[in-house]
Design a protein around this ligand. Structure first.
Ligand SMILES: [Zn+2]
Ligand SMILES: [Zn+2]
Length: 240
């Protein structure tokens, strides 16, 4: 079936995400915008995924639990999981692999954990969008050990991307997918980085604010619109 997707979205847990990106606001706005499946990928944490997944179940839109991992090279990698439990296990692992830097909420913004009714049930007191000590070329192996799948985020951006920070994507990194922003010229990127020819190229919004969520425009074909089907689909290289 056709599933309109956006696999990279932030909530009020990301310091750079708006406090208005509560689980209910985010999920219902995505539903209104026409998505069938979205992923919640806050920086280095999945702690708002339990609430967002529950809201999605009630609203009739699939929410995939995930995270945007910041590697030791400050490369952003979208990590997605079939279950909340797997995402939280990975989140706990990443928590141990991050520097704990205290920060000013006035400068960086809040990092709010909410329940499925948008009540604040906690905060994270160390800055989440910092490097972990997980390297980009170990990401696929580690994330798959936790039952997930991952791909480099916004590879056409001039910062925090695998190409800006490492200069390339190599086969031994093991990625089957890569994310380009909506602004990228796909053909130009494929010509410049031929490895992309053999990869599935996804485009997500990386929304941090409700008003950033664009109308659904891209779909993938899944057997069913579930987190499990999506993760299995993304694990397989594209059929060329
Ligand atoms: Zn990013
Ligand atoms: Zn992001």
């Amino acid at each position: 079936m056709k599933c309109y997707y956006d696999l990279h979205m932030h909530s009020c847990l990301s310091p750079c995400g708006s406090d208005d990106m509560s689980p209910n606001n985010l999920v219902n706005m995505a539903k209104l915008a026409g998505y069938d499946i979205i992923a919640l990928t806050d920086h280095n944490s999945s702690l708002n995924c339990p609430a967002a997944v529950k809201v999605g179940e009630n609203a009739g839109i699939t929410v995939v639990p995930g995270m945007e991992l910041c590697t030791s090279e400050e490369v952003h990698i979208v990590c997605l999981f079939s279950t909340v439990e797997a995402a939280l296990n990975f989140s706990g692992y990443v928590e141990e692999k991050m520097m704990k830097i205290s920060y000013s909420r006035d400068i960086f913004g809040n990092q709010l954990i909410m329940d499925e009714n948008d009540n604040i049930i906690g905060t994270v007191d160390h800055l989440l969008n910092v490097a972990s000590d997980i390297s980009a070329n170990k990401a696929v192996k580690i994330v798959s050990e936790f039952g997930g799948v991952c791909f480099p985020a916004h590879i056409d951006r001039p910062s925090f991307s695998i190409i800006s920070n490492l200069g390339m994507i190599t086969e031994d990194m093991g990625f089957c997918n890569a994310e380009l922003t909506a602004l990228a010229d796909r053909e130009e990127y494929i010509l410049k980085y031929p490895i992309l020819e053999n990869m599935r190229l996804l485009t997500d919004s990386d929304s941090h604010y409700l008003e950033n969520i664009p109308d659904a425009a891209r779909y993938i074909q899944l057997e069913e619109c579930s987190a499990e089907c999506l993760v299995n689909y993304l694990r397989q290289p594209p059929k060329l």
